[in-house]
Design a protein around this ligand. Sequence first.
Ligand code: HEC
Length: 196
Amino acid sequence: MKTMKLLGILTAASSVMSGCYVKHKDPYYVYAPDMHYSVALKAQEEGAMRPIPAGAISRESRPYEIVSMEEAIRNPNPVARTKDALNHGRELFNVYCIVCHGQYGEGDGTVTSMPNWPRPLYPRPPSLQSEKIRDYKDGQIFHIISMGQNTMPSYAEKLNPEERWQVVHYIRALYRSKHPTAEDLKKAEGMAEENI
Ligand code: HEC
């Protein structure tokens, strides 16, 4: 008896469900008309993407208005050089810049020297450990990240201004890690002694 009941339920269930699979040209009852008569477009078809209203910008985006380097130089870094800012700057550098500029910004990122690859995928960028970059004002580095420079693309779309300033802080920290000040060395010595 139990099996009969089960069989009955299965038959009923399958007949209901088969309605979904049988293709009728003009079905008697359309369960979900929106899906049955779908107006879906292929992603690449025209009209598949909703057009962005004219003049719209994303909420986080702040248009970068400065265009000349002379003006950019005068901009001080508005972001405080805190531990959080440096940590975030490091994260961003390691996501966006490291592939070309390398771990310490020495221009030895992975795309510049692929083993077993006939030629570099990307021209080797100049080192960020240079005296030139050391002497650049924060605003100049910010300007390069925002506008790009020659073969380097702009990162204004990927990083908001605060994040770009954080990356500038981190580039300074990278330089200092390779060129410690006398005070840094003294501190490091002190720390080493403490560890003994
Ligand atoms: C796709 C590779 C690539 C990526 C990614 C990249 N850069 Fe560059 N960058 C370059 C190249 C190539 C140059 C040299 C451009 C030139 O010829 O002036 C450069 C130049 C620079 C300079 C100027 C160096 C100088 O001596 O003039 C700075 C500063 C800089 N990049 C910072 C960054 C930062 C910060 C990021 C991440 C947000 C970044 N770059 C991401 C390739 C890259």
